[in-house]
Design a protein around this ligand. Structure first.
Ligand code: CA
Length: 666
């Protein structure tokens, strides 16, 4: 969510004056003891059920035990005793499976509202109460052997960003469990025209990873009233360590959401597809009523000098990852999802609200669990923060992080036009002046002798130390979809012309170094009816109509071949900045809206010695000369085939308007 590009220097100037006061205000928290045990919240063992809560400034703490997930009085109240390092503890000498609980903390003489705690791993309806369950009962058959795809480096991935409801809720999906985790477990589903939908569609398209929009328990959709069909992206976290109930078939049963999410992961893994989770630790849905605030008021958030919540998220608050218990919370939470749910990657929302050190911990500790796990995030904030700029996990600081990638707004805006100005065009739609920024995208924001960063639209220096630090994209759930952006910026155009522009745009993304990322449904040319911030728009705006797959068959085939091309050729997926600088040579082109380059030397161990790529984003044909040789024509005039469309022996060749030319030779 969000996409504001904060200029670091400006942000630094803005916040320097207030920084000292804010630090004084928040410095009290540094002296709070931290607890590093792994038994926070709940532990069930042969000696019974044990509750542990961290709340160093509490006067008292209780556990309320209930028979049901909501609307019933407690059947028991346990007074917690002071433990070590700011903890409170209570135990019952039996396994309380099937019961629910909340904590109630008294601070400064005030008894706060009940909370399921910050570490609830199972919850009932609307996440109001935590549940005591036996996790062994939630594992699908074969779970112990379940594994995601092995991947050596992030830019070997092809990422498909998807919302559960967008993907399956439309009647044309032919899917039974519409809008649910289980939608992705249904094989052989078809559109009315008989084409594959659901998981079979993903296999056919060839993406390596699905990135699911927030799937932890979020706040906005009323799980007690699912027939009302509410829609939300889910960037309003409530319980970070339990799945969202509205994506399950029974939110009241705490096992169901867990089991069904695991079944989804397993079905995708069985199809060879990894699962990336969108995580939003940067803010919570509520302020004083959040589980953080009801557990240890103040500690988990940053504040302004006047004591109010600071708001780098643009959502009313921001968390304080520079404090040990918040940093630990983030690290342990992603480790938990990786371990319990076999998640293969994490996308950090507004990552620059977090500190660099925490993000480095996240990446390092996940790699220990599974070396194939990767992490990427939005390297910006949505507003100013008390966290000093040099500590923020910003795009510009990506090279201070290890194993973390950031979204490239450089390539995004250069190719299609500015994200927030609907009518603005980009390189692929004929606007000159974006050529150098397209080149920055091609080399994944690494240093290259032929790329002049002073001419870059967004970033003025090569901020990436390696192509594995960059996620390339032209659209995501935020802002206008590519389909809508093209409609808004190409008035009077035909749909065929817009599809052609979309192909050129995605060809730039998928042949660039770095990791390609696409918004679900663009392969069938889905739009969002021109709604840019569709976070709570109805299904009629957000759902993918799968009849588009037959209507836009050529578009789908283009994406499929483009993905196949990338996966078959390591030259598009080089590992280091040095390799890119040595193997990519740009042609000296004076024509506006044309970028022409060669990938040489069997780059990355490719069987192709040379790959010649010309992008023509103008409305005029561009003529170029190709060296004599036995060339395979891979892409030309809006068509592409990974195994080759045609052959060419060199000489003059025309690159048609709004198209990519790709030639290769061994
Ligand atoms: Ca929820």
């Amino acid at each position: 969510m969000y996409h504001t590009l904060k200029t670091p220097l400006l942000a630094a100037a803005l916040c320097t004056a207030t920084l000292l006061n804010a630090q004084n205000m928040d410095s009290q928290y540094a002296s709070w003891p931290a607890y590093t045990g792994n038994d926070l919240e709940l532990l069930v063992d042969n000696s019974g059920t044990h509750f542990t809560l961290w709340s160093p400034k509490a006067d008292a703490a209780e556990v309320l035990i209930y028979d049901t997930d909501r609307n019933t009085p407690p059947i028991d109240t346990l007074r917690m005793k002071i433990g070590d390092n700011g903890t409170w503890r209570a135990s019952v000498p039996k396994k309380l499976y099937g019961k629910f609980y909340t904590f109630v903390v008294t601070v400064g003489g005030k008894r706060l509202a009940p909370t399921p705690g910050i570490w609830a791993k199972a919850v009932g309806t609307n996440g109001e109460r935590a549940a005591i369950i036996d996790f062994a009962t939630t594992n699908p058959k074969g779970w112990a052997q379940d594994k995601g795809p092995k991947i050596d480096k992030i830019n070997d991935a092809v990422i498909y960003e998807m919302h559960h409801r967008d993907f399956s809720v439309h009647p044309s999906s032919g899917i039974v469990h519409k809008g649910k985790f289980l939608a992705l477990t249904e094989p052989a589903t078809k559109s009315p025209e008989g084409l594959a939908t659901g998981i079979d569609h993903l296999k056919e398209l060839g993406v390596t990873h699905v990135h699911i929009l927030p799937s932890y328990d979020y706040n906005s959709v009323d799980e007690s009233n699912l027939p009302s069909n509410q829609y939300n992206w889910g960037y309003d976290p409530y319980n970070y360590n339990a799945p969202e109930g509205s994506y399950s078939t029974d939110p009241a049963n705490p096992q169901t959401r867990i089991k069904e999410m695991k079944e989804m992961v397993k079905a995708l893994h069985d199809a060879g597809i990894g699962v990336v989770m969108d995580v939003v630790y940067n803010h919570t849905a509520n302020n004083d009523d959040s589980n953080f605030s009801l557990t240890a008021p103040g500690y988990f958030y940053r504040h302004r000098p006047d004591g109010s919540y600071s708001d780098a998220s643009g959502c009313g608050n921001e968390t304080a990852s520079e404090r040990q218990m918040m940093s630990d919370f983030i690290v342990n939470s992603v480790k938990y999802w990786a371990g319990e749910y076999h998640i293969d990657g994490f996308r950090f929302d507004l990552m620059a609200i977090h500190d660099i050190e925490t993000m480095n911990r996240v990446a390092a500790e996940l790699k220990i669990i599974n070396p194939s796990i990767f992490v990427y995030g939005e390297g910006w904030t949505a507003g100013d923060s008390p966290l000093p700029v040099d500590k923020r996990a910003l795009k510009e600081n990506v090279d201070k992080m290890t194993g973390i990638a950031v979204f490239s707004d450089d390539i995004r805006d250069a190719v299609k036009g500015h994200y927030s100005n609907a009518s603005d065009r980009g390189f692929a739609t004929g606007k000159p002046g974006n050529e150098e920024t397209v080149k920055i995208g091609i080399v994944a924001s690494t240093a290259h002798p032929q790329v002049d960063y002073s001419k870059g639209n967004n970033s003025k220096f090569p901020y990436a130390g390696a192509p594995t630090e960059i996620i390339n994209y032209v659209s995501c759930h935020d802002d206008l979809s590519l389909t809508d952006k093209l409609a808004a910026s190409m008035p009077g155009s035909t749909e065929a012309e817009r599809q052609r522009a979309a192909r050129l745009a995605q060809t730039i993304v998928f042949t660039s170094q770095g990791t390609p990322f696409m918004f679900a449904g663009e392969e069938v040319f889905r739009g969002k009816k021109g709604v840019h911030n569709s976070y709570k728009s109805p299904d009629s705006v957000n759902a993918i109509d799968w009849s588009l797959k037959a209507k836009n068959k050529e578009q789908f085939n283009y994406y499929k071949e483009l993905i196949e091309l990338r996966k078959a050729h390591p030259a598009f997926r080089m590992a280091t900045a040095k390799e890119i600088a040595e193997n990519i040579v740009f042609d000296n082109v004076k024509t506006p809206n044309v970028v022409s380059y060669t990938i040489r030397n069997n780059a990355g161990g490719d069987n192709w010695r040379d790959i010649k790529i010309v992008f023509n984003g103008s409305d005029k044909p561009y003529e170029t000369k190709i060296a004599r040789g036995n060339w395979t024509v891979v892409a030309r005039d809006g068509k592409i085939k990974a195994s080759g469309l045609d052959t060419f022996t060199g000489g003059k060749i025309t690159v048609e308007p709004a198209s990519a030319l790709i030639l290769a030779r061994e």
